[in-house]
Design a protein around this ligand. Sequence first.
Ligand code: SF4
Length: 377
Amino acid sequence: MTANLLDYDLEGLAAFCERLGEKRFRAVQLYRWIHQKGVARFEDMTDLARSLREKLPGVCEVRGLPVLTQQISTDGTIKWLFDVGGGNAVETVFIPEDDRGTLCVSSQAGCAVGCRFCSTGHQGFSRNLGSGEIIAQLWYAEHFLRKRFNTNERVISNVVMMGMGEPLQNYSALVPALKTMLDDHGYGLSRRRLTVSTSGVVPMMDRLSQDCPVALAVSLHAPNDPLRDHLVPLNRKYPLAELMAACKRYLPAAPRDFITFEYCMLEGVNDQPEHAQQLIALVREHGVPCKFNLIPFNPFPDSGLKCSGKAVVKAFAEQLNAAGIVTTVRKTRGDDIDAACGQLAGDVLDRTNAAERMAQRRGQVEQAVVWQPREKS
Ligand code: SF4
């Protein structure tokens, strides 16, 4: 198969062009045609030298991802299902708001972390996406939206790596894609508007702070290790004290002076006043400047979990806010097309039998995670 130019950040494309005997400025031209103008056919790249336009088709192409389905919600949210081959498909969601357009991008076909409340986690894991497959989601969505809204201006202002997959378990493909999102010759996003969300892959958080420090969101979901071990199994490898220390180390390089903690509200599991107290104690003990984003759980078949009631979510947010921790409740978007957080499922050939293991664990997990008041001593 010929090289896919979507796989390269600008440095990678410059190296590719050099191997073809072409100067760096040719790589810049190509990169701008592809990412800024959304052009895939070399013959349409009119200011490229004719000799280069003729040379390229034999050695490379701009290979996007086939769209399997596109669903548009009544609230304007758009969800695409992209075919990534081998029976796998990943989902990407565009969320329009008054002051921004956010694209939620997938990094893996499935996910091996297996968070208890996550639809993707229940499907198991097939494979990592390549850099080109990550950036192809933005490439397609941005240029589709420009046509839809009949504009040459950028439509997508924010990208969140919060779709299917744990981005920091696909680090080598993630970083070139992030660099293209940030590059002024690519999509020109600001580092503050590009967020990587992780369930807490501590060593890779450290590397990201050095290689490409964008905004960081951490999927916390529990205030103590026993509960987090069940909800986010990666916690057994990187427990809360290590995760909090990694958050602190990340901040000096980060574009924002706080970490966002995502917290999925699960009825009777992690939503009690005691859990809020424990969260307050946790972030105070470790001195992590942070904001909390409470996410109403979106039930999916066989999850065995329920979303906390509105009053419970409100009271939980008030408790954190009263302790001086800025806390917001995420608005649910794209409900009618299953595009809300935690609902992205795509199609995944589960090569690791993660889904099977999760199903076996379900009964025991259920008993373990349901919150019980502590016995008074
Ligand atoms: S929440 Fe994220 S890390 Fe956890 S299973 Fe889902 S996709 Fe993977």
